[in-house]
Ligand binder design. Sequence first.
Ligand code: PLP
Length: 411
Amino acid sequence: MYDINKIREDFPILSREVYGKPLVYLDNAATTQKPLCVLDAMRDEYLNVNANVHRGVHYLSQQATDLHEAAREKVRQFINAKKIEEIVFTRGTTEAINLVASSFCESQMKAGDEVLVTEMEHHSNIVSWQLQAQRLGIVVKHLPITDDGRLVGCNDITDYITPRTKLISIAHVSNVLGTINPVEDIIKIAHEHDIPVLVDGAQSAPHMKIDVQAMDCDFFAFSGHKMYGPTGIGVLYGKEEWLEKLPPYQGGGEMIDKVTWEKTTFERLPFKFEAGTPDYVATHGLAKAIDYMTSVGLDFIEAHEKELTRYCMEQLQTIDGMHIYGPVVSGSPVDNKDAVVSFNVGDIHHLDMGTLLDRLGIAVRTGHHCAQPLMDRLGISGTVRASFALYNTKEEIDALVAGIRRVSQMF
Ligand SMILES: Cc1ncc(COP(=O)(O)O)c(C=O)c1O
């Protein structure tokens, strides 16, 4: 059963104080806190196992390799990929998207071909493609959004597809609006036009069950640090047929089969895309984070966070001058919004609100949230963002609401 007090004990940082006030950590979309089991496992690996993976004949190297590859299998199960070869370790979502942008555009696109993203993307799903646009002359187009932060035309996405559209790359969940995009519908339509789809799962993998086979996405990217794992590790899932077609992203050790001055051949999947020493301690940590999430239960996590989102929206709406961005949520369960609530209050600048909330011990994010084109669309410079994790409570939302009221009275 979901015992929130017991869960919070797994995250000692949650019981610390800042400025003499209990910490209320509501910046989980930026990064989550790490449970003891993740920290212990990583410390234990450095203390007792540490050795470079894949290339050693000795005992420690074998043991480290086993842990590293077991983590890959754990990730495969977590997202229900068909094959272990489809799981590529990266530094995070950003690197995963850059990998596809570089390798896909270079091998599958010509000048004038188009990549379609949305108006609500994180910069990593915009700038990665813009870099390829500069390099190769491809064109980055975007699907517009409605005033309440949903995709326009998701049922009629064909309006935005042209004969030159070669890839669609979309956020599963917006890191600003919390909008859950109908990725399955989009993928179905895209596939009818033979267009592959990359799903940016940075804000969905921490909160809901992911099944890449059921979703039928061609690529799926996510970050370990946003789902209770360590920083510096993430995952690119790619359908085997696509990963086979794409050239390597970076060159170096681990990714080669044979190197001569004349010609180099590459390792089999997934190693072709994993140049250099991997962060094998972080992969082990990620596996422990997945174990942790699984032991709490993905269904519990999803239901708990949706209830927090609903409660937060309801409570925020009682504050004068409150403007919440993204889909309006009424009733429960919340179907199209997840774990992220962005808002502004009257004329109070988001940075002032965030700074004053911080003095009350409440950690929220302020600013453009790496989504400047979305801010332009909304006609604002930034928002205050509260985002939730499995350990947050309604009491913390009450503290946020009381804090906002207090700050509002100062202006
Ligand atoms: C939707 C989305 N995509 C991509 C990223 C980039 O993730 P990372 O910085 O872990 O690579 C983030 C991070 O906030 C995000 O929210």
